[in-house]
Ligand binder design. Sequence first.
Ligand SMILES: [Cu+2]
Length: 335
Amino acid sequence: MTAGRRHRTAALAAAAVALVTVGCGGDPPSALNPQGPQAERIADVWWLMFAMATAVYVVVAGLIIAAAMRGRRAPEGEARPSRITDSSFIWVGGVIAPALILGVLAVVTVDSTNDLRRAEPGALRIEVTGYRWWWDVRYPDHGVVTANEIHIPAGRPVEMGLRSADVIHSFWVPELAGKVDQVPGQRNVIRLQADKPGTYRGFCAEFCGLQHAKMQYLVIADSPADFTRWITRRQRPPGGPASEEAALGQVVFNRSTCGACHSVRGTAATGTSAPDLSDFGSRTTIGAVSMENNRVNLAEWIRNPHESKPGNLMPPTYLPPEELDALVAYLESLE
Ligand SMILES: [Cu+2]
């Protein structure tokens, strides 16, 4: 085998593996791997549509094959006429069968949509606002604000109010629910529930500009006890800086322009046009799931946010290295 052939074979094998992985609903998340009652309902409708489409395909393909074989068997000039008349064929295949199929789908779709809309008693209320290109997350009954990572208790229904601060976005966690648009000046509602603790990836599903593809979020379903711990912690402002370095970082933060856009609860930073940073140190990602939250990535993000997320609405900040390190220490200490 030449090197070129070997490369091509390896690439083909990799593509095949990728296809199989996608097909199995692993990573990326698939609507056909439902993890809650709403997503299950939607997957059921999908499978029903798939089954009906497959049946139609098999019948039509079967008729084509039968017709082809018949034509070939009949001797030249004396093809046997079919026992099925043209008009009954059209009535059954063209009117009755499609009407039945579309009728069943209409009833199932309307019924499922009604179920997905039904308010559940005891639901947790969360308000999510889409911004270019990140998500503001509020728990109005608890007075908690966070961003990009939405904690919910597993096994409890959640009712989310969806809004947009600028253009049309769309909220989609494939494993938990369908898509609902976030439209400026309007509050839409989505209801969802995660059956098991786990992390479910969400996406903006409506093209909203340059960084639409990097406008993602995580729905983190905690056990009920973990969720109570999480939300109780968030109801208090973050503790003061734990180290001398973090204390210097706070000074740098307050002296820079950060607080004009960002909030940190209990401090002078009360900006509202950017993700709330009060619990930033406990988040797992930076830049709406653009990259992992660690010190190296965070320093890189502050120095030039446009390197990893070109065109996003945070400006670069130039700081001497020890001030940048201190700022990173401060932000990572927030929780
Ligand atoms: Cu968007």
